[in-house]
Design a protein around this ligand. Structure first.
Ligand code: KIV
Ligand code: NA
Length: 264
């Protein structure tokens, strides 16, 4: 199978075929997810929380992102690798935004993701002009957590919902190839999905989106610090790991491991 491109995603939306996306942060997970033929691997700045243990995505740096993008891209043969541009890496000047987007592309990403619309519009345009595909991100934008004062549901009110649809259209006009839509009511997401030709990929945005994304550590049941309603746990890998490590400890203590078959 050919590697997933922006064209593949656009065609999927045209045909009404759902797009699948999952976060990945390292080579081994990337390789496993890629073998499942997921369309997009997102090296999300959620790595600040699930990999680095911060309580938000704000502390994540370009160096952090580059490091993980390199690892993931080595494991992706089929899936498209998209890298989040971290906090403050695209907010100062267009030059800075293009330079930082370029670093993530050189590290192996196919495209970058940028949160917001009006505040960073000129930067999104500049990165696309530099021939770097950009994925938008609207609704709940975690890098703005301290401006909003939390991670509440967005676009609950009519006015905010209208603005969201307008923003999605503006991003489409700027040339983004897809838009992530986070934590908004399902009927609002439906309106956004209908209003643009680019694929809308939801997280906590209901069933009408063109695709879905989840944080791998959430859907695998490994991240326990908090559990949003929109997460479905497809496995309890955290428990599987705990059982395995407990057995290992026990066997080492009892002298049962290593056995003859593991020894030279
Ligand atoms: O960082 C991330 O994992 C994300 C997804 C939740 C969309 O931006
Ligand atoms: Na993110």
């Amino acid at each position: 199978m050919n590697k997933v491109t922006t064209k593949t995603l656009f065609e999927k939306k045209q045909k009404g075929e759902k797009i699948t996306m999952i976060t990945a942060y390292d080579y081994t997970f990337a390789k496993i997810f890629d073998s499942c033929m997921v369309d997009i691997l997102l090296v999300g700045d959620s790595l600040g929380m699930v990999i680095l243990g911060y309580d938000s995505t704000i502390p994540v740096t370009m160096d952090d992102m580059e490091h993980h993008v390199r690892a993931v891209s080595r494991g992706a043969k089929y899936s498209m690798v998209v890298a989040d541009m971290p906090f403050l890496s695209y907010h100062t000047t267009v030059e800075e935004a293009v330079k930082n987007a370029g670093r993530l592309i050189r590290a192996g990403a196919y495209a970058v993701k940028m949160e917001g619309c009006d505040d960073v519009y000129d930067k999104i345009e500049a990165v696309i002009k530099a021939q770097i595909p950009v994925m938008g991100h609207l609704g709940l934008t975690p890098q703005s957590v301290n401006i909003f004062g939390g991670y509440d549901l967005r676009a609950k009110e009519e006015a905010e919902a209208k603005k969201l649809v307008e923003d999605a259209k503006k991003l489409e006009k700027a040339g983004v190839f897809a838009i992530v839509l986070e934590k908004v009511p399902a009927h609002v997401a439906k309106e956004v999905q209908r209003s643009v030709n680019v694929p809308v990929i939801g997280i906590g945005a209901g069933p009408y989106c063109d695709g879905q994304v989840l944080v791998c550590y959430d859907m695998l049941g490994m991240y326990e610090d908090f559990k949003p309603k929109f997460v479905k746990r497809y496995a309890e890998v955290g428990n599987i790991i705990k059982d395995a490590v407990k057995r290992y400890i026990e066997e080492v203590k009892k002298g049962e491991f290593p056995g003859k078959e593991h020894s030279y």
